[in-house]
Design a protein around this ligand. Structure first.
Ligand code: FAD
Length: 275
């Protein structure tokens, strides 16, 4: 099924976008990691979101999610790994599945942490961000899984189940990837692990990795007042567009991005009718 608007990220910005897409009569799919993996889930007290003084992060997230569900938005759990715009729609890889939509809202929060030495250089030549997508390439070979996402252990188990020889490293502080034309080893906190494949599994990806060609400044997505980015039909909202990194700002930007995405779909439909 193709959706009018697909939203990447089920935090305050993404859920607000979903409610506002639905308010304009458009279909909405929210693709996100599980709610309890959202950074706000751990907050014991949020005092500055209007109307809810003293609420925990978990209470706010559950209320936002239930509002979006009641609005008729649909949900899919998973990590978005890749996106392509072709013809008149976006194709979004979620694990090993592909979802389609006319417009997209990027509401994926901030990707914390810098890339490791060698990570960029060996991307596609031994470094991968997705075990289910690339695992088969390493069948019968030595791989290392560097896990920061809660789902990383499961992905390591999957690699073991298809015949990879897996070394799992949980949350190392210092990592570097080395090799020649392809990866030969990864060093984690001083320990050298020989490996032909290195799976680096973080909960979030940098916006530029998800959207090649996306205008980004100091790590934050560049948007105009309608939350439009430089790419067709792609809007962004919340922490990923820059500070203040706060719930109320994320909710407000989600509203604008949701409305703008719905308007974009209407404009595309009008164009088609006039052709
Ligand atoms: C401990 C803590 C306390 C805080 N306290 C406050 C406070 O008191 N007041 C306040 O206003 N703000 C507070 N914040 C900040 C607030 O949490 C953020 O500003 C807000 O959550 C941003 O919303 P967002 O929707 O933009 O991003 P997020 O809430 O980060 O949501 C983004 C979601 O997208 C998911 N995601 C990312 N990449 C992908 C991908 N590739 N595929 C699928 N899903 C993906 C993430 O897992 C996440 O669930 C706090 C934050 C923390 C960590």
């Amino acid at each position: 099924m193709s959706y009018d608007v697909l939203i990447i990220g089920g935090g305050p910005a993404g859920l607000s976008a979903a409610v506002n897409v639905r308010a304009r009569g458009k279909t909405a799919l929210v693709v996100s990691n599980p709610l309890e993996e959202n950074p706000l889930w751990r907050s014991e007290r949020v005092d500055n979101h209007l109307g809810f003084p003293g609420a925990t992060g978990r209470e706010l997230l559950e209320a936002f999610r239930s509002h979006a569900e009641r609005s008729g938005a649909e949900f899919a759990e998973g990590r978005v790994l890749n996106t392509v715009f072709a013809g008149d729609r976006w194709y979004v890889s979620v694990g090993s599945e592909v979802r389609e939509s006319r417009a997209l809202v990027l509401a994926a929060g901030v990707a914390r942490g810098r890339k490791f030495p060698g990570e960029e250089e060996f991307l596609g030549r031994g470094v991968s961000y997705c075990a289910t997508c690339d695992g088969m390439l390493y069948r019968g070979r030595r791989v290392a899984v560097i896990g920061y996402a809660p789902s990383a252990e499961k992905e390591a188990e999957f690699l073991g189940s298809i015949g990879c020889e897996v070394t799992y490293v949980s949350r190392p502080r210092a990592v570097s990837v080395t090799g020649g034309s392809t990866v030969e080893a990864v060093t984690c906190d001083g320990q050298v692990i020989p490996a032909e494949g290195v799976f680096i599994l973080r909960p979030a990806m940098a916006p530029g990795d998800l959207f090649p060609g996306l205008a980004v400044e100091d790590g934050y997505v560049t948007v105009d007042r309608t939350m439009a980015t430089n790419l067709p039909g792609l809007f962004a909202a919340g922490d990923c567009t820059g500070g203040p990194l706060q719930v109320s700002k994320a909710v407000g930007e989600g509203l604008i991005a949701g409305q703008s995405a719905a308007r974009w779909v209407d404009a595309q439909n009008r164009k088609k009718t006039n052709e």
